[in-house]
Design a protein around this ligand. Structure first.
Ligand SMILES: [Zn+2]
Length: 433
């Protein structure tokens, strides 16, 4: 090293000296000589440097082939396609059932990864990715037996806070997307707010909202989103706030800031993100009949074929056709409430008179049957036999909290509020509950 420095210094000095007598042939030949010397030195360095690498033992990289599960694929079809014998397939399938209670393949979601030591070796490992949080590793032993190991991928759940504002001419959906709320979370938020809000009349420019929700990470990478933990919307009729809470018996619900059940027995808006085209009124001019008569429900714009979910749990008491309503379904929810859905293009499979439906279950598809000017959902709420305005009727909560749970809830709510405040100040910090 010292010698190299000496040579370089000497060369530099030589060059500087030579510059003073440019034009002299002798000097020129000296420069060429120095340059040649330098090149030899560099070449020597390269050879010395790369020698150990050149001599290292070459390890061929593992060969990995990924097969995505398509519809119609079976375990034997996939393994057969990779050249496994019927006997191997049978052993692998039994091992999977026994050690990993693996039953079904999900097309479009599951993946197989086949690993070979190198391309001339047989497959010695199969990794089945059965969902983002679960994978199974099958390895072939010396004697040709297969062993299976179920691996649960560690889930790192973090909380994220997103806030937004309604702008002029905006919908909540657009404002939510702009705020960066993922589509799946936004749909859940809609489902929740639909219990309390009329998205048509309660939404105005200048209103603020926020959502606190879970994001699941694996190896520092976001894999999917989890639950909506809290949501707040400055609605026209007052601030709507909801918090997710797990009760002592494990039951999960959403509650307002006072601990009252936020999930109501019925939804005011059965179809998410649907525009109201006609409101409930005692009197209105009927668009088809032409004369004035009451509009006993609310009309939601919905292209033909839009799935219609049941507004609440109950039993189907009518599934029929009449001149006014066209195809309609009526559900009795309890002693007090009934709901009716009209102008359907068709009914959902398995929905008949007497069918018990849960909240959100699809009962039919929108259309324009009966007295209707275009595809829409006509939705009625009937309370004790009287038609009421779905947007304003007071609806009972499904599950309120008892005293002990309410106390725990209020403490937990404080914790969520603190988290929200921290994230408001520093949105990029990593927070877990
Ligand atoms: Zn109507």
């Amino acid at each position: 090293m010292k010698k190299a420095k000496y040579i370089i210094r000497k060369m530099t000095v030589g060059l500087t000296k030579s510059c003073k007598k440019v034009g002299d042939v002798k000097v020129l030949s000296r420069i060429i000589l120095w340059c040649a010397g330098l090149m030899v030195l560099v070449a020597l360095g390269v050879v010395l440097f790369y020698k150990p690498v050149r001599d290292a033992v070459f390890i061929p990289p593992e060969v990995k082939t990924v097969v995505e599960v398509k519809s119609g694929d079976t375990l034997s079809k996939i393994l057969g396609g990779k050249g496994f014998s019927m006997r191997d397939i049978d052993t692998i399938s039994k091992t999977l059932k026994k050690d990993a209670d693996f039953v079904t393949l999900r097309p479009g979601r599951d993946k197989f990864e086949f690993v070979q030591k190198d391309e001339n070796q047989p497959i010695s490992k199969i990794v089945i990715k059965n969902g983002p949080w679960r994978q199974m590793e099958l390895s072939c032993g010396e004697t040709g037996t297969w062993e299976c190991q179920k691996i649960d991928i560690q889930r790192d759940t973090r909380v994220t806070y997103k806030t937004g504002e309604i702008l002029d001419g905006d919908s909540f959906y657009l404002a939510g997307m702009r705020a960066g709320i993922p589509a799946g979370i936004l749909a859940d938020v809609y489902d929740l707010l639909a219990f309390e809000m009329d998205f048509e009349r309660d939404v105005r420019a200048g209103q603020h909202f926020y959502v606190l929700y879970e994001e699941n990470y694996a190896s520092e990478k976001m894999v999917d989103t989890g639950h909506v933990l809290a949501v707040s919307f400055e609605a026209l009729r007052g601030n709507v706030q909801m918090y997710r809470f797990v009760k002592s018996d494990g039951g999960v619900g959403y509650y307002d800031e006072h601990g009252n059940g936020a999930i109501k027995s019925l939804k005011r808006t059965p179809i998410n993100n649907a525009k109201i085209t006609s409101s409930f009124s005692g009197r209105r001019k009927h668009p088809v009949l032409g004369f004035t008569r009451a509009h006993k429900g609310v009309d939601f714009r919905a292209p033909t074929g839009t799935p219609i979910p049941a507004a609440g749990a109950g039993r189907v008491v009518a599934r029929s056709f009449n001149r006014g309503h066209g195809n309609f379904v009526k559900i009795r929810h309890n002693g007090t409430f009934e709901t009716l859905y009209a102008h359907m293009s068709r009914f959902a499979k398995g929905v008949n008179v007497g069918t018990v439906v849960r909240q959100g279950q699809i009962i039919g598809y929108s259309g324009s049957t009966g007295l209707s000017t275009g595809p829409h959902l006509h939705y009625e709420i009937i309370k004790n036999g009287q038609h009421v305005n779905p947007m304003t009727v007071k609806l009972p909560a499904i599950n309120n909290l008892d005293a002990a749970n309410k106390k725990t809830f209020m403490e937990y709510k404080q914790q969520l509020d603190n988290t929200i405040n921290s994230l408001k100040e520093n949105p990029t910090q990593i927070m877990r509950l």
